[in-house]
Write a protein that binds this ligand. Structure first.
Ligand SMILES: C[S@@+](CC[C@H](N)C(=O)[O-])C[C@H]1O[C@@H](n2cnc3c(N)ncnc32)[C@H](O)[C@@H]1O
Length: 163
């Protein structure tokens, strides 16, 4: 199975997946994050870092699975991101994307750059993914982050792309 980790950062998700899949392409716009990722010995050989904004220039590759954790809220145009994901998934490819549920804007400290969404509304997101050809769009609450005594639930969206 080939996997893309969108917004891979330092490779936290890659570390959990690497022993279970054939290859992971870790995509991030931050070279510094990818340099940290490349230092992790357990990821060497099986994880390739790619510093590219796939919402501007998708990779010329197709994956069985695309995963992502806490990266979508850094992308301004979500419809454009979904279209980029579609172009990089094989027929019947699957996604597993984790991010914040709609929050009050206090998850990030004021003036944090590059935050375009205060989480996401599950119904709106489901609609957007379905419009772009995904089926079986489902959500579970996968985690709750505690920040300053406030709970911030994190959803995991899973779906399959019928092409
Ligand atoms: C909050 S971090 C999450 C990192 C990692 N997924 C984790 O869970 O530890 C968000 C990451 O998304 C990356 N990012 C933001 N916009 C991006 C884009 N358009 N394409 C790829 N990565 C992006 C950031 O550089 C950052 O590494």
């Amino acid at each position: 199975m080939t996997v893309m980790d969108f917004g891979a950062g330092t490779g936290l998700i890659c570390s959990h997946l690497v022993s279970k899949v054939y290859k992971i392409t870790a995509v991030d716009v931050s070279q510094a994050m990818l340099e940290n990722l490349s230092k992790k010995t357990e990821l060497q050989n099986r994880v390739e870092g790619v510093c590219q904004d796939i919402t501007v220039q998708p990779l010329d590759l197709q994956f069985d699975v695309i995963v992502s954790a806490m990266a979508m809220h850094h992308v301004k145009d979500i419809d454009n991101l979904i279209k980029a994901l579609v172009s990089q998934l094989k027929p019947n490819g699957q996604i597993a994307l984790a991010d914040l549920d709609t929050e009050d804007g206090h998850f990030h400290s004021e003036n944090t750059e590059g935050v375009y969404h205060c989480g996401f509304d599950r119904k709106e997101l489901k609609h957007l993914f379905e419009e772009n050809g995904f089926k079986n769009v489902e959500f579970v609450t996968t985690h709750t982050i505690d920040k300053a005594g406030k709970p911030y639930p994190v959803f995991l969206l899973t779906a399959i792309l019928i092409k």
